[in-house]
Design a protein around this ligand. Structure first.
Ligand code: NDP
Length: 300
């Protein structure tokens, strides 16, 4: 058996098309142009590329993009001052502070300073609480993207056994909540889970969000299961030339593809969905801030 490859890149492109339409409607009908502010502290090259992509895609869907690049030495108070300014600006509907921030800055303080109404990556505990209690609000971008892919593939997820490997606030926990909300029977696995292979072998849906290169093996996976690989790991690729690298996921793709029913590749699976969902969330927050109903095809 060879699995269906879930094309996250194509899905994200379609999603961005729908976002463009919703942005055009908001401008025409309500004179609202959703605006996303992205703040980056320091000059980590990977983060810079990511932030540049976010800014470009934000503009491509017709939204306003505001980018703030602060030096690694910036004082915590200065960053907090910028967040306060963005919190009250009428043209900013989404605020994202690129993590991680340098060690001298208290990340929790930064997260808690962001207005929950503009917290497009669901860092704020208030939005985590909303997700847990079934209230409408921004949902962490990567899990939202995974859920959209799963719904597109399966339609109704009711009754499916889902195993989420990883319990981070950004990916694992919100992913589990979303799957629970969609009536899956959810197991959360982590570094202390006993016999992970056996736990995974019971899953109809496997979400791997660990950050360990090709950890999930083909013989862990139930025949026909859907595998969503969130992991992004860079490994040496001498076959591409000296010093070259390539990206791989948390799943051993070449093994898993022979067993799974469907699988996301890395790259080209979950990654492109994350930025598209950030844009979707900015439309959602722009609507909620203006007391409008967010488009149902952009929310969880
Ligand atoms: P974190 O490091 O915050 O969390 C990793 C989780 O994996 C922890 O809960 C940890 O368990 C668990 N874990 C670690 N080792 C094992 C193990 N041997 N067995 C089982 N569980 C284990 O990572 P993130 O959630 O932020 O990210 C996970 C991966 O997803 C990374 O590769 C990251 O780069 C990628 N990512 C990709 C995105 C995308 O757009 N595609 C977006 C965000 C992240 P414990 O809690 O017990 O320590």
């Amino acid at each position: 058996m060879t699995a269906t490859i879930i094309d996250g890149k194509a899905f994200a492109e379609t999603l961005r098309g729908r976002i463009s339409d919703h942005v055009a409607d908001l401008k025409r009908d309500h004179d609202i142009t959703p605006g996303l502010a992205v703040v980056i502290v320091g000059n980590d090259p990977a983060s810079e590329v990511y932030v540049r992509n976010k800014a470009r895609q934000t503009e491509e869907v017709g939204m306003n993009s505001f980018k703030y690049e602060l030096p690694a030495t910036v004082a915590e108070s200065e960053l907090l001052r910028l967040i306060m300014e963005l919190n009250i600006r009428k043209d900013v509907h989404g605020i994202l502070v690129q993590m991680p921030v340098p060690e001298h800055i208290d990340a929790v303080k930064i997260i808690n300073a962001i207005d929950p109404a503009k917290d497009v990556d669901m860092f704020h505990p208030q939005n985590a609480g909303k997700l847990m209690t079934g209230q409408l609000g921004p949902v962490s971008c990567t899990p939202l993207g995974c859920l959209m892919l799963l719904r597109d593939l399966h339609g109704d997820l009711s009754g499916m056994n889902a195993v989420v490997i990883g319990r981070s606030n950004l990916v694992g926990k919100p992913m589990a909540q979303l799957l629970l909300r969609d009536n899956c029977t959810v197991t959360m696995a982590h570094s202390r889970t006993r016999d992970l292979a056996e736990v995974v072998s019971r899953a109809d849906i496997v979400i791997a969000a660990v950050g360990r290169t090709q950890m999930v093996k083909g013989d862990w996976i139930k025949k026909g299961a859907t595998v969503i690989d969130v992991g992004i790991n860079r490994i040496p690729a001498p076959e591409r030339g000296e010093g070259k690298t390539r990206l791989v996921g948390d799943v051993d793709f070449s093994e898993a593809v022979e067993v799974a029913g469907a699988i996301t590749p890395v790259p080209g699976g979950v990654g492109p969905m994350t930025i598209a969902c950030l844009l979707a969330n900015t439309v959602t927050t722009a609507c909620l801030i203006n007391n409008l109903k967010p488009p149902s095809d952009l929310t969880a």
